[in-house]
Design a protein around this ligand. Structure first.
Ligand code: 2M8
Length: 453
């Protein structure tokens, strides 16, 4: 097995960039997108839809900045971790006070986090997102390993460790060593069919939305976004968590949405591998991180792999059952470099099936949901469209397991997609048309990364 998810090879200098050649214009336009979204110490995902700082967006975006302006990569990560809560949680949104409170729903007033003990002075949400930050920090460092980068890594390390500790302890609601997400927004794949069953059990009425104004459908087509009923349930789940002061004690007895997600937990496992590498650079002990990584990988296999379907599924802690949809979340554990051979083979079979269409030559990147499912929706957000970040993660997994031909096929399809449609938020999985916001941060950043690879 070849492990390149968290490479140990000599880093390539940031200067090694495709400044000329076939992709020079594409490179420049991705860079211009990042420049256009830069906001004093971080990058907004989109100037229209998402005018604040988002947690896992910043991680992916830092990887892109490392290729063109490494100082911004470290600013991106450190500004996010400046908003870390005392308990270690890294908030999924950090609100920019200079942006009008009504520019995004739900805004800072709805979250009311500044009133919570242990929250930072700056307004944030009370949720988290997949912990891809240690992986991103390691990738950024590999791309541009200057002494200043090592100093930034040294400062970030204890904060990354605190983030992992929060997830591994306070969020281990199921008691099996995995973290539970308490809201679909925490998964990052907000309206994935994976959440349909657990979300259907959350009591909510569309009419609650009369009290609020959705801003997303001002900027994007309603048919490409979650429905009003989805939003009513999102609001209901936040309201429950907020009413308990965003505390995690007793979640199992009171919280309406509790799920162990394969992508989230695979990210938590691979973060420990990345932390082991980082520890080696900052004079810390990599041993405990390796042990944590092994434990998390074993728990992901034990709790979330279904031998009957041959893929990974989220586990709904309210019912104890795996959720049935076969979504791209099921492929994410491939990023774990020590995933056992049996599960690697199964995930590769799932990925190369007609459901996802991975191949050494492929027309389009992976969709977010099973193409053959009756509820596959090619236009609606995380229910079918292709997204660059998930494809980037799966590609890392393919490289980690020595699947170079498949990784090359995926890379070519990702580049062609953005070359044709531009740096959109997501893409029609068949036609490749750009959907959602134009000028999207992680699309630009991860394009730079795959171009440079
Ligand atoms: C989307 O989520 C936000 C809520 O967090 C939204 O729809 O308003 C998701 O695609 C999420 O993964 C992403 O981090 C965020 C910003 O790009 O947008």
């Amino acid at each position: 097995m070849v492990n390149r998810t968290v490479p140990s090879a000599e880093p390539s200098p940031a200067a090694a960039r495709p400044a000329g050649g076939r992709y020079a214009r594409l490179w420049q336009s991705a860079r211009a997108t990042l420049d256009g979204n830069w906001e004093h110490d971080h990058t907004v995902p989109s100037r229209t839809l998402y005018p604040h700082q988002w947690s896992w967006d910043s991680a992916f975006i830092a990887i892109g900045w490392a290729h063109v302006d490494p100082e911004r990569a470290w600013s991106e990560l450190s500004s996010l971790f400046d908003a870390q809560w005392r308990d270690g949680r890294v908030p999924h949104i950090v609100f920019n006070p200079a942006v009008p409170a009504t520019a995004y729903f739900p805004g800072p007033v709805f979250w009311a986090c500044t009133e919570v003990v242990g929250a930072p002075a700056v307004a944030t949400s009370g949720l988290v997102q997949p912990p891809v930050h240690a992986l991103a920090a390691w990738h950024a460092y590999q791309r541009a390993p200057a002494p200043q980068a090592r100093d930034a890594l040294r400062r970030l390390y204890p904060r990354l460790v605190a983030q992992q500790r929060y997830l591994a302890t306070r969020r281990d609601v199921g008691g099996a060593g995995l973290a539970a997400v308490v809201h679909p927004w925490e998964s990052g794949l907000d309206n994935s069919p994976a959440w349909d069953d657990p979300l259907a059990a959350v009591p909510a009425e569309e009419s609650v939305l009369r009290a609020y104004r959705r801003r997303d459908i001002v900027h994007a087509a309603a048919a490409h976004r979650p429905t009003d009923l989805d939003y009513a349930r999102y609001v209901a789940v936040v309201t429950a968590y907020r009413a308990a002061g965003y505390r995690d004690e007793g979640l199992a007895d009171r919280h309406p949405f509790l799920v162990e997600c394969p992508l989230f937990n695979a990210a938590m496992g691979v973060a420990e591998h990345a932390l082991a590498r980082i520890a080696g650079e900052v004079d810390a002990d990599p041993g405990p991180h390796r042990e944590n990584a092994a434990r998390i990988t074993a728990a992901v296999v034990d709790r979330l792999y279904d031998p009957a379907t041959g893929t990974f599924h989220p586990r709904d802690l309210r019912t104890g059952r795996l959720t049935p949809a076969r979504t791209v979340l099921g492929l994410a554990p491939l990023i774990l470099p020590d995933l056992p051979a049996r599960q690697v083979e199964a995930v590769l079979a799932e990925a190369t099936s007609a459901r996802f269409g991975l191949a050494a030559r492929m027309d389009r990147p992976l969709p977010s949901h099973d193409r053959t499912a009756t509820d596959f929706e090619p236009l609606r957000y995380w229910r079918g469209p292709s997204w660059m970040n998930v494809n980037w993660l799966v590609r890392q997994g393919l490289l980690a397991h020595g699947q170079d031909r498949l990784a090359a096929g995926l890379r070519a399809s990702m580049i062609e997609l953005v070359e044709t449609a531009g740096c959109h938020e997501y893409f029609h999985p068949e036609t490749g048309a750009g959907l959602g916001s134009a000028g999207f941060g992680w699309t630009a950043a991860l394009l730079l990364d795959v171009l440079a690879d």
